[in-house]
Design a protein around this ligand. Structure first.
Ligand code: GAP
Length: 462
């Protein structure tokens, strides 16, 4: 990461250049929800496309799925979310901020275990009360901690007044849609164990504290792949998946290795065999980007118990019967997008002026090429530039820009990370060629317009 990168600069660039806006901003915003603007939506799509390519298209053993956001409420009982998907919450008596007790404890160097009861966490909280300060106002006066369930409730399909007694839930993670469709996929496609099911979709959590921009939001998108294995091959497949996911960040997204690290979970849930997170070095420190976990057969066993369906797999090859074990890869689209932007953000001096540039890998760049006429008021130049733009926009995301001077147009394209700027000038009309300016080196070269398509295809494919 560029040493100059700060969250303030990232948030400001994202707003100024149309990557990310606070939700419902005209009404003062809506806490922990964000909207993706024109370039943010392109970047999101490119990230999802790359993930799908790596996790489905290139894999003979993984198939895709798109399950619904709403599911039978029993799904969330079986998964353990209704009983146990909660964070410990406290309220500052002075400023009334609601805060996560485990975060407050962490700030003073005390690790709280997810599995602790209200009683246990309150004991530690009370014991350390003198050290702990409200992150908003600095006061040291808090209400008792209580567990707050993160599932978001809805009245979908319930037309009574007291629907809160019998709610349905917006999904808290996308993988439950995969588990409940395990048998459908097995019976309808040609997959055999070991195989995976991948999907991308929205998830919702009533996060108590929304911090660090899009890092922790209440509505977000997940990219999850659940891989079904035999019990004796679970850990072998787990090691393979860990390597595959690491390589994806480095090779497919171009994230610098030194900004990534593995973090082992020390306090495993009882059914898990092993759990690691891939962390990214955000401006606020190394934080979880993706979880790669070996989950045993807990998920299918639970759904079998609650639904009465038998998920035993008859393994013809091994001559064995078992409930498949699952290894999962679970990443957030927003956290990946934030990691990518932080990783490519660069500030440079050019002729005494500062330029900010997003040096995206070409596959992620929202706009691949921008076409300019040198002067806005010369109709021949504008017509030629438009003709080139119309030809290229069919092939990839392009922009036409005739606003301001060339220098300003370059700065704008640098800030949104466009790899190539193509300028039509008077020589172009004579020689049928064009100036191609490279975002990173800022070098310019003349390319024949007839050869431009091959030139760009080659460069963008690199
Ligand atoms: N199925 C496993 C699961 O959902 P998780 O660690 O709770 O595990 C997986 O979430 C990933 O989803 C995280 O690594 C993160 O990238 C993303 N994620 C989770 N909660 C999020 C939130 N509130 N805002 C943005 N992304 C989130």
């Amino acid at each position: 990461m560029d040493k100059n990168v700060t969250m303030e600069k990232i948030v400001s660039l994202c707003k100024r250049r149309g990557f990310i806006f606070p939700s419902s901003e005209i009404y003062g915003g809506f806490s922990a929800i964000y909207d993706f603007g024109p370039y943010g939506a392109e970047l999101e799509n490119n990230i999802k496309k790359e993930w799908w390519k790596n996790m489905v298209q290139l894999r003979d053993d993984i198939v895709g799925l798109d399950s619904a956001i709403f599911m039978h409420p029993k799904v969330w009982e079986a998964s353990g979310h209704v009983a146990g998907f909660s964070d410990p919450l406290t309220e500052c008596r002075k400023c009334h901020s609601r805060l996560r007790v485990d975060h407050l404890l962490k700030d003073v160097g005390i690790a709280a275990d997810e599995k602790m009861s209200d009683e246990e966490i309150n004991k530690i909280f009370l014991k350390n009360k003198d050290k702990i300060k409200c992150t908003n106002c600095g006061a040291k006066d808090f209400t008792e901690a209580r567990k707050f369930n993160l599932l978001v409730k809805s009245n979908l399909g319930n037309f009574t007044e007291d629907w809160t007694k019998d709610p349905v839930y917006l999904r808290g993670e996308t993988c439950q849609g995969i588990y409940v469709n395990y048998k459908n996929v097995l019976d309808s496609s040609r997959v055999k164990i070991p195989f995976g099911i991948a999907q991308i979709g929205k998830a919702f959590r009533n996060e108590i504290t929304a911090r660090q921009f899009i890092f922790r939001t209440r509505e977000f998108e997940q990219m999850e792949m659940q891989y079904f294995t035999s019990p004796d091959e679970e850990m072998k497949e787990y090691e393979k998946l860990k390597k595959y996911r690491w390589d994806y960040y480095v090779k497919s997204l171009g994230i610098r290795k030194e900004n990534l690290s593995w973090k082992k979970h020390d306090n495993l849930v009882f059914y898990a065999k092993e759990a690691y997170d891939i962390e990214y070095n955000y401006p606020f420190g190394f934080k979880e980007l993706e979880g790669v976990h070996a989950r045993g057969n807990y998920d299918l066993s639970q759904h079998s118990k609650y639904s009465g369906q038998d998920f035993t797999y008859v393994d013809q090859l091994k001559g064995k019967k078992y409930v498949p074990h699952i290894i999962e890869s679970s990443a957030g689209v927003g956290r990946t997008l934030l990691a990518v932007i932080c990783d490519v953000y660069t500030e440079e001096e050019v002729n005494g002026e500062k330029r900010a540039v997003l040096k995206f890998k070409n596959n992620l760049a929202p706009i691949k090429a921008a076409v300019f006429p040198l002067l806005k008021n010369k109709t021949e130049l504008v017509a030629k530039a438009k003709e080139i733009y119309d030809n290229f926009k069919i092939k990839f995301m392009c922009e036409f820009d005739d606003n301001g001077n060339i220098g300003k147009r370059y700065r704008r394209q640098d800030e949104i990370g466009t790899p190539f700027c193509l300028t039509v000038d008077f020589d172009s009309l004579q020689n049928n060629d064009i100036t191609v300016r490279d975002r990173d080196t800022m070098k310019q070269e003349r390319v024949k317009i007839d050869e431009l398509e091959d030139y760009l295809k080659k460069k963008l494919g690199e």
